[in-house]
Design a binder for this molecule. Sequence first.
Ligand code: ADP
Ligand code: MG
Length: 504
Amino acid sequence: MLDLAYEAPKPKVIAGATHDWELVIGMEVHAQVASKAKLFSGASTEFGAEPNSNVSFVDAAMPGMLPVINEYCIEQAVRTGLGLKARINLWSAFDRKNYFYPDLPQGYQISQLYHPLVGEGEILVDMGPGVARRVRIERIHVEQDAGKSIHDMDPGLSFVDLNRTGVALMEIVSRPDIRGPEEAAAYIAKLRQILRYLGTCDGNMQNGNLRADVNVSVCRPGQYEKYQESQDFSHLGTRCEIKNMNSMRFIQQAIEHEARRQIAILEAGGEVVQETRLYDPDRGETRSMRSKEEAHDYRYFPDPDLLPLEIEQEWVDSIKASLPELPDEKRARFVQDYGLSEYDASVLTAELANADYFEAVATEAGDGKLAANWVINELFGRLKKEDHTIEQSPVSPSQLAAIVRLIKSDAISGKIAKDLFEIVYGEGGDPEQIVEERGMKQVTDTGAIEAAVDEIIAANPAQVEKAQANPKLVGWFVGQVMKATGGKANPRAVNEIVAAKLGL
Ligand code: ADP
Ligand code: MG
């Protein structure tokens, strides 16, 4: 049923001074778990609340407070793993990652280093119709977010807001299977789309819901294939990690700049130093932030306040049974069931709300292709103009379906349909009733059309002669009839009648 035949895209090649280089990219994405409460406390996760108003004693690390795991956050992470076709580990455990930061009152972050909840999975990253890259997921672990330090509110003071402290994150780690800046952006887009379909992360990048650490290295052509064969990282170049990116555009720019920086070093005979860097979009460069720290720098150890996490296979199965249809499946079904092009299907499935809207229109109108046309070209175009989302659409699926039905039954012409759409968009109302009341019905009554044609022929003998000598000029008559009928005559009928009357 599901046809996932696809071709791999070509890796990005950058020409250096002496030879070509290829890019290798792996991403660590921090996705905030969609949950009303934090990972180990009942405090709210609401965005934009008064600073330090959503902080429980355990979030503030008051002495003697103990974490209590939020089952719903774990369920969300399991759901995410299943959506990424990943292995779910029934036995996982939490570790302490120790570091000092003013917005981390515990002095450590509870994370999962040794035994993550989710193991290997994959994401199919679409790069155009029939072209996709399979990016392997290495693991997903559950961890706490830190708070926020604010340094730009006062010249002499720094502030700390702990609202975000302890919010559940999923760290989704990919294998280094991404081969260029566009693919990196497409990877984030696809991951975000899947998470939003699953309802496990809102994916609001501006609010920091989804942030990526981007690992970049460069290698000579052919080296990546050797890595793929052996899974031996020594075939690849040394990577640098660009931290905390939350803009698709900056991710692409940062990768490009970082790759060129590394190439320049290598071609000058130097060595890339593994480190953590920050991207400065104003200057268009990455800057060293700190040398790369290793796991042992963090003195990881199993968190003594939390028992290992054991979950039941039946619970996992029940979550699996409740998974929604995911983007790849939905897109394939739209192509198959409604006869849509791959392109239209991917536009319509980009957001679940759009896909649901389209399906409601298609079902009610009984014509998927026409429905797709109207949803994509008219509705999306109009919503975009007003900067509105589908949820804010003043035209309901039933109203749009009614318009599509009127076109399909030849009751109105395509041109009149656009006017009708404008009326429904601006004023609301029942499309059928509007057509009836405002006399917008297409004239298919051949008698009426014939009368109009006769009149125009009688009034324009010179044009008749010209058209009879050159049948291409028949369009002039068709235009006149359309004008005379206020655009409501059925163009097909007009064409036939004009041709017949002119004896063509
Ligand atoms: P750390 O926490 O030390 O950054 P992780 O294992 O969590 O280590 O993440 C490493 C990330 O770097 C993964 O996404 C992985 O795919 C990527 N990566 C590893 N080696 C390379 C390489 N040579 N080039 C690009 N990315 C790499
Ligand atoms: Mg890292």
